[in-house]
Design a protein around this ligand. Structure first.
Ligand SMILES: [Zn+2]
Length: 267
């Protein structure tokens, strides 16, 4: 599933190419990807200009020139690509926004993602915690003191921190040398400082390498990310730890695969 670095990579690619452009037409709307149901996109979008495109958590937010907003969530298998109007439409393309010589296409075979019309509603951020790249250790201490859940599970909760998912939670815990099963509210101040540094380091490096492609993720040009080659623990079960050569272990926590080094990340 695309997380902060993958979504941010897409935003950085499409924003300079689409900001200021006008949406001429929309095509191929598969209605069940649109929320709220019965939103009439043919009324909301054509004729409007793109004012701004930005990321919040794992959402790609579009602000139109009339102040209305919508966002696209990529879910598990979603892709948002910029293509020439002449290129063939791929299978599972659910929405096409025609903007002059560019087409923004939303493809999502498993349809866990979608198009969310916000209009002028400002409450859409209420369920999101702070952005991890802007988070202070003091803030993180407060956020983690409120939950007894395993730290790995707490990191996936978008109300605590927004934008971190399974890959980068595992990688950040390895960077901070913290066992994923540790109770979040039992971490020491020192561990939380390390964790905050680990989260930022891992996300920044992933962003530099244009995200991770394990199966489905592609950027706005349809290319894979490269950071998966630099994963220390994620998806490396049984392979030697980069630090100590111990075999990386996989456990299931909160129904999610969790990877860690039993030696570097002792409880
Ligand atoms: Zn190790």
């Amino acid at each position: 599933m695309p997380e902060l670095p993958e979504v941010e990579t897409i935003v950085r690619m499409i924003s300079p190419r689409l900001t200021g452009r006008k949406i001429d037409h929309i095509r191929l709307v598969r209605l069940d990807i649109v929320r709220p149901a019965r939103t009439d996109l043919a009324k909301c979008l054509p004729g409007r200009g793109i004012g701004r495109i930005y990321r919040r958590a794992k959402r790609i937010v579009f602000e139109l020139d009339d102040g209305n907003r919508f966002y696209i969530h990529l879910g598990m298998t979603g892709r948002l690509t910029l293509e020439s109007p002449k290129s063939a439409i791929k299978a599972h393309t659910h929405l096409v926004l025609e903007m002059g010589q560019e087409e923004l296409r939303f493809v999502d075979p498993r349809r866990f993602g979608g198009f969310f019309w916000l209009g002028s509603d400002d409450s859409w951020e209420n369920d999101l915690g702070p952005e991890p790249l802007e988070l202070s250790s003091e803030q993180l201490v407060v956020l983690l003191s409120q939950t007894k859940r395993a730290i790995k599970t707490a990191l996936l909760d978008q109300k605590i921190i927004a934008g971190v998912g399974n890959i980068y939670a595992d990688e950040a815990l390895f960077a901070a040398k913290i066992h994923p099963r540790m109770a979040a509210n039992r971490l020491t101040k020192e561990q939380i400082v390390r964790l905050n540094r680990g989260i930022k380091q891992v996300l920044t490096r992933a962003l530099k390498h244009r995200g991770s492609t394990l199966r489905d993720y592609r950027d706005a040009n349809g290319d894979s990310g490269n950071f998966q080659k630099l994963h220390r623990v994620y998806d490396r079960t049984g392979q030697p730890c980069w630090n100590c050569k111990t075999k990386i272990m996989r456990i299931v926590l909160g129904q999610r695969s969790t990877h860690f080094c039993p030696r570097c990340q002792m409880r």
